[in-house]
Ligand binder design. Structure first.
Ligand SMILES: Nc1ncnc2c1ncn2[C@@H]1O[C@H](COP(=O)(O)OP(=O)(O)O)[C@@H](O)[C@H]1O
Ligand SMILES: [Mg+2]
Length: 254
């Protein structure tokens, strides 16, 4: 469904690579977690898939079609994107935010209204209560839900999410993670989700790609990474949640 072949990225006047020789694929209906510390190249990887950035080398295919041969605007309308830090249009109402891509796609008004109603219901924000508000009149968690609704509004096959739950308190975060996983399964969405939270990756992803300094160190199911980490770094980060749980256990039952 999505395939990266030997993708590299260096930015202008920079000799170092933000992404180093990255190759992986994501199957239809699969959720791939892309994890690594800040600055390791996660956002850059995501942006090359919908051509917000162009690779310096290599190629990217969606449904066997080279994205570099597609019109960037048209490509982006077919890919849902949840931006790092929410990124709603502040002067648009919630309804207008969700309707943004369907409007660009020239859906008729009735179809757009029906879809807004359906998708806002799906994320738990009934349009009659929330449709006319501005983003600033919503809580962080509600804004994040709108970000997800906006990304799904035009029924994309592929959804790219950049730390979609990063701005949330732990309780809202856990709630939205579970909800999104349910929606993703139900709609069989193909998703790449960037995160720096290993618990989030372990709980939500079918497979996890671990990145360090632009390089993908290992890619596998949560169980594969736990049972046979191929690098010390992978071992360290997959075991982090367990280590913390053990410390907590000691604190609670000394
Ligand atoms: N537009 C840009 N111009 C120059 N360097 C960039 C640009 N965007 C990202 N970088 C650099 O590329 C590297 C990877 O960044 P990014 O993909 O945003 O990391 P992550 O999302 O994993 O935190 C970083 O060193 C960052 O400074
Ligand atoms: Mg980032």
């Amino acid at each position: 469904m999505i395939e990266l072949r030997n993708v590299q990225k260096s930015f202008d006047n920079d000799s170092t690579f933000a992404v180093v020789d990255s190759s992986f694929s994501v199957e239809r209906g699969e959720l791939l977690g892309l994890i690594g510390e800040s600055g390791c190249g996660k956002t850059t990887t995501l942006k090359m898939i919908n051509r917000l950035e162009e690779p310096s080398h290599g190629s990217i295919y969606i449904d066997n079609q080279n994205v570099l041969e597609r019109n960037p605007e048209e490509l982006r309308r077919n890919i849902g994107y949840v931006f790092q830090g929410i990124g709603l249009f502040p002067h648009y109402s919630i309804r207008e935010n969700v309707a943004a891509v369907p409007t660009l796609l020239d859906w008729n008004a009735e179809h757009i209204e029906a879809r807004c109603r359906e998708i806002l219901d799906l994320v738990g924000l009934p349009i009659d209560d929330f449709g006319d508000r501005r983003p600033s009149q919503l809580s962080g968690g509600q804004q994040q839900r709108v970000g997800v609704a906006r990304a799904l509004a035009a029924e994309p096959d592929v959804v790219l999410m950049d730390e979609p739950f990063g701005a949330l308190d732990p309780i809202t975060r856990a709630e939205l993670q579970e909800e999104f996983k349910r929606i993703q399964r139900e709609l069989a969405l193909t998703v790449i989700m960037v995160t720096h939270d290993m618990i989030e990756a372990l709980l939500m992803a079918d497979r996890i790609a671990v990145m360090k300094k632009g390089e993908i160190l290992q890619i596998g199911t949560p169980r594969e990474l736990i049972n046979s980490p191929a690098h010390e770094y992978v071992k360290e980060i997959v075991e982090m949640p367990k280590r913390r749980a053990d410390n907590l256990e000691k604190l609670m039952h000394p």
